[in-house]
Write a protein that binds this ligand. Structure first.
Ligand SMILES: Cc1cc2nc3c(=O)[nH]c(=O)nc-3n(C[C@H](O)[C@H](O)[C@H](O)COP(=O)(O)O)c2cc1C
Length: 314
């Protein structure tokens, strides 16, 4: 199947051209199930369940609930992830439809997953990374632009999409600050097959986020987001009020020197994500904490309104 056929066949199964971004700690099996039933691709990181056995239980529950609706599991392919091999076996056991690889993925892992029946997507923040992913044979590239929640890119989505679409005819997904219908449509206009939506789901009832975190998403806007490499060694976006609540001055965060990423649950990095809350610049569109399905219903209606405003068919 070529890239266009793959995009078409995935979109046929969706109500909206949207995939949920997996979010460390926050995404739960209940959230994935709600996202899939509401008509988008649901996703969660393999590391969110406490153990590989808990991941097995969660994936079994998701697979039984969603039927042939596509969902994704995010695997961190980094040396510091001691669960990688065991989690990979769970993914292969259930033939998880989509695997999103993060960090240091390699061609052998891509091939192993594809041989097991999964589509493999990888996120990138630069055209050069996208070219490497294409060489590894991934099925889909997720272009993460500036302003995204979690580890962010720093390029304008206009530049990033233009450079990647020039040579990549495969499945392309745009990530970063997409939170309303106009933005989903704009991502398609830029050449994306799907829009990747993360931060709005932090406020959803099914997310494993503290009530104060949900409220900060509802109350927040782009001006409340600060970009820093201070906590993880690479640039990520955080909610300024939560940085302050942890006794730090968002204007004077000290740059991490030589800090390496440590993905193992329970490490410093896990503590940073748990106590200092990450979100992207698109959160101004989030007006309430509600079930994910209600937000997706609204997003569908807002997308239809955006298409109508542009004189496009429903
Ligand atoms: C709190 C938080 C945690 C995240 N954790 C992960 C993760 O574990 N793996 C991953 O691939 N992306 C992660 N992301 C990135 C999202 O999957 C997605 O790319 C991003 O949220 C999209 O930008 P947006 O938040 O502006 O919608 C995280 C994002 C947030 C906000």
């Amino acid at each position: 199947m070529n890239g266009r056929e793959l995009a078409g066949s995935l979109k046929q199964k969706l109500r909206l051209p949207v995939m949920a971004g997996p979010m460390f700690i926050a995404s739960t099996a209940d959230l994935v199930i709600a996202q899939c039933h509401a008509g988008i691709i649901g996703s969660m990181p393999a590391l969110n369940p406490r153990s590989t056995a808990a991941l097995d239980d969660d994936v079994a529950r998701i697979a039984a609930s969603v039927g042939d609706r596509p969902y994704a599991i995010n695997l961190v392919a980094h040396a510091s992830n001691s669960r990688l091999q065991a989690d990979l076996e769970v993914v292969l056991k259930y033939k998880v439809p989509i695997v999103v690889l993060a960090l240091a993925a390699n061609g052998d892992l891509v091939k192993e997953l594809q041989a097991g029946g999964s589509l493999v997507f990888q996120d990138v923040i630069k055209n050069r990374h996208a070219q490497k992913c294409a060489e590894m044979g991934v099925d889909g590239i997720i272009a993460v632009g500036a302003g995204a929640g979690g580890h962010t890119g720093d390029l304008s989505p206009f530049a990033l999409m233009q450079e990647i679409r020039e040579w990549w005819d495969g499945l392309l997904i745009l990530s970063g600050c997409i939170a309303n219908g106009r933005s989903v449509l704009a991502a398609e206009v830029l050449g994306a097959d799907l829009a990747y939506v993360g931060s709005p789901f932090l406020a959803s009832s099914e997310a494993n986020t503290q009530p104060g975190f949900k409220q900060m998403i509802v109350d927040g806007a782009a001006a409340d987001i600060v970009t820093t490499n201070c906590f993880t060694g690479v640039n990520a976006n955080f909610l300024r009020p939560s940085v302050r609540e942890n006794g730090l001055d968002p204007a004077n965060l000290v740059r991490a020197v030589g800090k390496t990423i440590n993905i193992d649950s329970g490490g410093d990095e896990a503590r940073a994500w748990k106590e200092i809350w990450s979100a992207g610049q698109g959160i101004g569109a989030v007006k309430r904490s509600e079930p994910a399905g209600d937000y997706i219903d609204w997003l569908c209606a807002d997308y239809a309104a955006a298409r109508a405003a542009m004189g496009m068919s429903a």
